[in-house]
Design a protein around this ligand. Structure first.
Ligand SMILES: [Zn+2]
Length: 530
């Protein structure tokens, strides 16, 4: 890491990774000829650009040499430059830094190449709007060639140090060095890796790299706050404020209609709680004619807000499922509007809304035309056997009900809740092109496929804990296992967790890995020789 000079206009005094702006020469044909193993088409695809991607690899290698003296270069066959030679070439940093020597010239004169396969694209950060300068920065990972030590350039940077990510984070925490957010976040992500090579291999294996674009939004009193990708409202802010005006409100306020985009408005019901988060989200979809998705609990003030926002345009009422926090308002809303109710009938078990009576029963794949828009039902049993998600095909926004919710884990409550079905229904979503999730509780959820994979991994990790706990005891009831399996969850929530635990055990039974006898679960051991 390098410390920037206190005279720098940007980040004075901060400890940073070597790097800097693209130079016109980075995109030159001459520079491209000095890159091994990557062309502009593939580089651009990797970075999500139309063209010009290769220049970033050139810039990464150039800035690394100019700022830190580490020469990421190889001969034509890809053999890294010898440390003695790299040391001898260090004297050319000054003319490179001064612009008297172009990096492509330097590589040509020395007959050196940039080993692009050894420089892996890792992350993309964009600073928040509203400042005179805005930065779009790509981070790359490379291992320093053996024998090269590097040093700061004594102009832009005044100090340099080799430090493990973990220690750098610690020093930052102690206030010994200044780290800005993307640097600290990156160091924190790198800390668990055992070796630099492991980081490089990880970076090479990453799929699409998602941008982390800091954004501004307002609280309910109009004060601005900065958000980044790890913050729950991040994707919703970008979705509802694509022009980055910074004037969208990030607070979910029950009863206050929130315009999410041209077609979708959300009204959150005043039923917050441990299972409902900020409250149940009711969505109004359409322009001249509206569909209401999940009218919510039968609370008068909530129904009034829906009717006010609907302004005489409500034609359809859709339920994702018939739990009591999602569909009971349907009957009253129908009485007030004459709208048609769509969904699947309530199942026999679970905490169901007995008033729900669909005028049209939807099956997987059924479409509803809402003006020029199309909602397609996707049957997603698991949380509830009659659960439907609705895909707004024009914008690829998926209304997920309780199949995926933001801020908490979905409860799978047998017998209507079914863990095997739930995991299969999550897999279904991976086959759909989806831009964003609009859940039954909480904010819009971005990077939907990544979220689905995270949820599946989370459930499978829990399942492994269930199997291990059952193995230790030989046999047990869910109540006996819950403390072991949900040791990361507040005991207050253990009664609810015991329901999902039962669902995990039932899955093990269905797969022949356990059996159940009068409420006790017994692990089936593989019949192998002792
Ligand atoms: Zn539910």
């Amino acid at each position: 890491m390098l410390q920037r000079t206190s005279k720098a206009t940007f980040l004075p005094g901060a400890f940073v990774f070597p790097g800097g702006a693209l130079d016109p020469d980075d995109a030159s044909a001459r520079a491209a000829q000095r890159v091994l193993g990557l062309d502009d088409a593939r580089a651009s695809l990797r970075l999500g650009l139309e063209a010009g991607g290769l220049a970033y690899w050139v810039a990464a290698a150039r800035e690394c040499f100019e700022e830190s003296g580490i020469l990421l270069a190889a001969d034509e066959s890809g053999r890294p430059v010898e440390p003695e030679r790299a040391a001898a070439l260090e004297q050319l940093r000054a003319p490179l830094n001064a612009g008297a020597l172009l990096f492509s010239e330097f590589l040509e004169q020395q007959d050196l190449f940039i080993p692009a396969q050894e420089i892996a694209y890792y992350s993309h950060w964009i600073t928040a709007p509203g400042r005179p300068r805005r930065f779009s920065t790509r981070f790359f990972i490379a291992c320093a060639p053996a024998g090269q030590h590097g040093a700061h350039d004594r102009s832009e940077t005044v100090h340099s140090v080799w430090v493990s990510p973990r220690e750098a984070v610690e020093r930052g925490r102690r206030g010994e060095i200044e780290l800005i957010f993307p640097t600290r976040s990156t160091l924190t992500d790198l800390a668990p890796f055992p070796t630099p090579r492991a980081v490089l291999e990880h970076a090479k294996g990453l799929g699409d790299i998602e941008v982390n674009a800091a954004c501004w939004a307002l609280d309910h009193e109009g004060s601005q706050r900065l958000f980044r990708r790890a913050d729950p409202p991040y994707y919703e802010i970008h979705w509802s404020d694509p022009e980055e005006k910074g004037d969208t409100c990030f607070v979910i306020q029950p009863g206050v209609a929130k315009r999410l985009d041209r077609y979708v408005t959300r009204i959150t019901a005043p039923n917050p709680g441990a299972m409902t988060g900020p409250g149940t989200n009711t969505y109004l979809v359409g322009e001249d004619e509206l569909a209401v998705i999940d009218p919510g609990p039968s609370i008068d003030s909530h129904i009034e807000k829906i009717l006010a926002a609907g302004a005489g345009r409500i034609r359809w009422i859709l339920a994702t499922h018939t739990h009591v926090d999602h569909s009971p308002a349907a009957a009253l809303l129908k009485a007030a509007t004459g709208a048609q109710i769509l969904g699947r009938p309530r199942p026999a078990h679970g905490n169901q809304d007995h008033s729900f009576a669909p005028d049209r029963v939807l099956a997987d794949g059924d479409r509803l035309a809402v003006g020029n828009l199309n909602l397609r039902a996707i049957h997603t049993p698991g949380h509830a056997s009659n659960h439907l998600c609705y895909l707004l095909e024009e914008t690829r926004l998926l209304f997920t009900g309780d199949h995926v919710m933001q801020g908490s884990t979905v409860v799978i409550n047998p017998p209507d809740g079914d863990m095997r079905a739930y995991l299969a229904s999550l897999d279904l979503l991976l086959a759909e092109e989806i831009a964003i999730f609009a859940p039954g509780h909480g904010y819009l959820i971005g990077a939907p496929h990544r979220e689905v994979r995270r949820l599946v991994a989370h459930r499978l990790a829990r399942e492994a804990k269930v199997a291990a706990a059952l193995k230790r005891r030989g046999e047990a009831t869910p109540e006996e296992l819950v403390g072991d399996v949900y040791d990361d969850v507040s005991p207050r929530l253990h009664p609810v967790a015991a329901r999902s635990l039962t669902a995990h055990l039932d899955k093990l039974v269905a797969e022949g890995r356990a059996r159940q006898a009068s409420g006790r679960y017994i692990l089936r051991t593989e019949r192998s020789a002792p």
